[in-house]
Design a protein around this ligand. Structure first.
Ligand code: F3S
Length: 425
């Protein structure tokens, strides 16, 4: 791998052992991928805290957060002192919501450790956004900006909707990128990796958040890791729609980038989106595909009694909280059910100022932050059946917690929370 003089100096230890280890990791990682160089990044999003019992015990036994960072972010069993980050870095979602420890099933001791770990990471200069949607709360990459992001739903949004450039990184590579402001230059950092390789044509309007989630789930299952070019889209989808679309496509498949012709920034035309590639295949999405996908997502739902409704995967926007508050105002969550809504902390603050938190709590629901049920493995006690408006969460919760899941619109989910039953067809 070719290194610049600056990179060689970092690798040779000019800036201390942690940065030398970070460079060593990035070079090994880049060489394994066939990258010829590193690219400079000023935007890293990932996870470096310790909020699971395993990580807490590791930190306590091995000497604190430096040991966690050395082992899990620098691949080093030697514990080195971690300096402040060089790149603007933000923190992703974590293992639980520290403001609702009882609901999340964690002890006060875990919360104290969480806060300590968070404070140490903040001291390194990492922004404590604690969300899978950093692009909602202060980290909005510009078109062409090289990033190093974890979290599949954020990666596909960054590449496709914002035109930022990132591969799906892991805990190891983002830690090294935070310290060096470098990441291997391959895959979606390069023009050739971003060009469309397969075609999808819409034979029907895709309009609601539910529609976009279903379409994404169908598309991801078919295209897997290829870059789809989608034609035939009608009305321009907004942030919640594209957030649910990308999250679904990166759950049923490994989609890291899509082009919506006439809408997303690298797809003014089909020709631009393909960039000279010939599509390997083309499929149509219409009412038959939509109906089959809805049936597939709901395949393991059989009991109509709903114990729990979870909204906010990916973390809800303020528009979605506004909608949920309007749907539930003046109603009550059923005594045998529960409603939890997940959102970034900063958006919860806005929701509180706007009165939505009060409306949702008066109805018996809760707004939570930092995590979600799939990440925390936390659901209300006794939950067997869950209702969701997210295809991604409907994909994961049955697999992770063995629950039955119903997927539908936000309105159907709120109805289920208030009646304790899934009444959608
Ligand atoms: Fe976010 Fe959890 Fe979904 S972290 S994307 S809400 S699985």
């Amino acid at each position: 791998m070719r290194l610049t003089d600056e990179e060689k100096a970092m690798a040779d230890g000019r800036d201390g052992p942690a940065i030398a280890k970070a460079m060593d990791l990035l070079v090994r990682y880049g060489e394994a991928l066939g990258a010829e160089a590193l690219v400079e990044t000023r935007n890293v999003t990932g996870t470096v805290t310790a909020t699971t019992p395993f990580m807490r015990d590791f930190a306590l036994e091995r000497g604190g957060m430096d040991a966690v960072f050395s082992e899990f972010s620098l691949d080093s069993q030697e514990v080195v002192a971690i300096p402040k980050v060089k790149a603007f870095s933000s923190h992703l979602q974590l293992g639980f919501d520290p403001h609702h420890p009882k609901e999340m099933g964690v002890s006060e001791e875990m919360v104290r450790f969480y806060k300590k770990s968070e404070a140490e990471v903040a001291r390194l200069g990492v922004q404590i956004l604690n969300t899978c949607t950093p692009y909602q709360v202060g980290n909005v990459p510009t078109r062409g900006e090289h990033c190093a992001w974890m979290e599949s739903s954020a990666v596909v949004y960054c590449n496709s909707v914002l035109g930022g450039r990132t591969n799906t990184e892991g805990r190891e590579s983002v830690g090294a990128a935070m310290l060096t402001a470098r990441i291997p230059d391959w895959g979606l950092h390069r023009d050739e990796g971003r060009r469309g390789t397969i075609g999808v044509h819409l034979d029907m309007p895709v309009e609601s958040v539910e529609d976009w989630g279903l379409f994404g789930y169908w598309m991801g299952d078919w295209v897997q890791e290829r870059v789809p070019v989608i034609t035939g889209a009608g009305a321009v989808p907004n942030l919640p729609r594209l957030k649910h679309f990308g999250a679904a496509a990166s759950s049923s498949g490994g989609v890291e980038m899509f082009h919506l012709v006439g809408i997303t920034p690298e797809a003014n035309t089909s020709e631009q989106a393909y960039g000279g590639n010939r599509p390997a295949d083309l499929r149509h999405y219409g009412p038959r595909e939509r109906a089959a996908t809805l049936e597939r997502i709901n395949a393991n739902g059989s009991d109509r009694q709903v114990d729990y409704v979870m909204l906010g995967c990916p973390h809800y926007t303020i528009e979605q909280i506004w909608e949920a508050a309007q749907l539930i105002e003046g109603r009550q969550v059923h005594e045998n059910s529960a409603l939890w809504i997940f959102t970034p902390r900063a958006i919860k603050d806005v929701a509180t100022r706007n009165g939505y938190t009060r409306i949702i709590e008066a109805a018996g629901g809760k707004i939570m932050t930092d995590s979600c049920s799939a990440m925390s493995r936390a659901v209300p006690p006794g939950t067997k059946v869950v209702a969701l408006d997210s295809a991604k969460q409907a994909h994961y919760l049955p697999a992770i917690l063995g629950l039955q899941a119903w997927f539908g619109t936000t309105a159907q989910c709120i109805d289920a929370a208030c009646s304790g039953r899934w009444s959608a067809p």
